[in-house]
Design a protein around this ligand. Structure first.
Ligand code: UGA
Length: 468
């Protein structure tokens, strides 16, 4: 199948590379010359496991790059639209990029094409795309508009794409559904997984994935509802964590007890400093706006957002209560990315907290395995960057853990305690056991659990973990 993917952002680039790995011929279209030049030169613009391998495997053969959308449309049977849908000031999705791509696509329709929304878009977008393409002169017999939302997570995007829980296609015409079925056939018939060169299967995946076919409107809603539900799970457990702190319960025991109910499940119930990234904050807001416009006041989503904002403020209060004043304090920060496994800092709760601490006059030395370059572009020299967690910790008044990177869960605690000026760790991601931290001489604060102290001695009286 010849496929055009419009937009070489996260979703477009990963989808393009994966479609090529399924055996399709893909042209990735973008109007950003610099991005295209970088991709053609073999650079990989995002930190994503297996993406470099796939790009090396297919670049120049099954995967080419172009800035000529009309030509790409002419040469392809299917056009996936994966351009950005950033939020407007009022929280709605800005669909102007989708509209201008739809306009341009119409000029290239000279035989039957399926135009597929891959970006996260509000319900009714496919109808609008159809109207725009018609308004610009395309023959209604020569195209259909479908919706095929993507459920990949940053950091595991390639395996999420190739080993999905489900593939969702929203089609209002059987002819477009048939085309999309064919595209995903190597996954749904299991043949991809038998290939010797297939990307390795993650432990949790069960293959082959089911293909769900719905109307386009239902598919659009499934995407928004899925992200809103996951965000709700996170806010829910963060609210429960706050209650745990008040009564002296342990949120992890609560999660275990609640999550083993198979109707609930324990995934996406990790308490922390709130969700961030380019999807949940934007999509919850957009879904809220869509509902309002359709006449439903979805106040539950307001509360999901409020709890998420509050979670950051609660963490700041925790830092204040551990350190008293913040002006002039040297604070070590582990983690800048919005979550582990990515260099993405969009809507990162870690970055929000770093900026808040800077405003309070603290001095920050930070380490992140992947996101320091991007952070430098935003914060410049207002913070210091370290080459390792231990360099960040050296001489600091306290250490904050803000991103759930795997390597932060396996630190050499003895070394860390020696490197810090005061052995205080404030963990926004609950990577450690409070008892283990206390046994190693730390005063340790986390989310939804009581603080732990070595021998019950308050941190202010300890230097390098020993009584002063
Ligand atoms: C999210 C969804 O998980 C994907 O299914 C979806 O395809 C994607 O948005 C999208 O719409 O494109 P992503 O934003 O990459 O994926 O990251 P998640 O792993 O969902 O994490 C989002 C945020 O929630 C992170 O800040 C993470 O630290 C936080 N989180 C996640 C928690 O605080 N607790 C959890 O239990 C899980």
């Amino acid at each position: 199948m010849r496929i055009a993917v419009v937009g070489s952002g996260y979703v477009g680039l990963v989808a393009g590379a994966c479609f090529a790995d399924l055996g399709h011929d893909v042209v990735l279209v973008d109007n950003d010359e610099r991005k295209l030049a970088a991709l053609n030169n073999g650079q990989v613009p995002i930190h994503e496991k297996f993406l470099p391998e796939l790009l090396t495997r297919h670049r120049g053969h099954r995967l080419t790059f172009s800035d000529n959308l009309k030509e790409a449309v002419r040469l392809s049977s299917v056009i996936f639209v994966a351009v950005g849908t950033p939020p407007t000031e009022s929280g709605e999705a800005d669909l102007s990029y989708v509209e201008s791509v739809a306009r341009e696509i119409s000029g290239g329709i000279d035989s039957y094409k399926v135009i597929v929304e891959k970006s996260t878009v509000p319900v009714y977008t496919s109808e609008w795309v159809r109207k725009i393409v018609l308004r610009n002169g395309a023959d209604p017999e020569l195209f259909d508009v479908a919706s095929n939302p993507e459920f990949l997570r940053e950091g595991t995007a390639v395996t999420d794409f190739l080993f999905p829980d489900r593939i969702l296609i929203g089609c209002d015409a059987e002819r477009s559904a048939a085309v999309l079925r064919e595209i995903y056939a190597p996954l749904t018939d299991g043949s991809y997984y038998e290939r010797a060169d297939a990307i390795p299967k993650p432990d949790r995946a069960s293959v082959p994935p089911p293909l769900i076919v719905t109307s386009t409107k239902s598919a659009e809603l499934i995407k928004h509802a899925s992200n809103a539900f996951l965000a709700m799970k996170i806010s829910f457990i963060n609210a429960v964590a706050s209650v745990c702190e008040s009564v002296g319960a342990d949120v992890h025991q609560v999660v275990h007890g609640v999550g083993t109910d198979s109707r609930i499940g324990s995934r996406f119930l990790n308490p922390g400093i709130g969700y961030g990234g380019s999807c949940f904050p934007k999509d919850v807001m957009a879904f809220r706006s869509v509902a309002r416009e359709c006449g439903y006041d979805f106040r539950l989503l307001d509360e999901v957002m409020r709890i998420n904002d509050d979670q950051r403020q609660r963490f700041l209060r925790k830092v204040r209560s551990a350190l008293w004043t913040l002006r002039g304090k040297n604070i070590a920060v582990l983690g800048l990315a919005f979550k582990g496994g990515t260099d993405d800092i969009r809507e990162s709760p870690a970055l929000f907290l770093v900026q808040a601490l800077l405003q309070e006059g603290s001095k920050i030395r930070a380490y992140d395995p992947a996101a320091m370059e991007r952070t430098r572009e935003i914060l410049g020299s207002s913070i210091t960057f370290a080459n390792s967690p231990y360099e960040a910790a050296a001489g600091a008044d306290a250490l904050l853990i803000l991103t759930e990177w795997e390597e932060f869960a396996g630190l050499d605690l003895q070394r860390l305690r020696q490197d810090l000026k005061y052995p205080i760790v404030i963990d926004g991601r609950n990577l450690y056991d409070p008892e283990v931290m206390a046994a190693h001489g730390f005063t340790y604060y986390s989310i939804g659990r009581a603080a732990s102290h070595p021998d019950g001695v308050p941190a202010a009286f300890l230097k390098n973990g020993k009584k002063a």
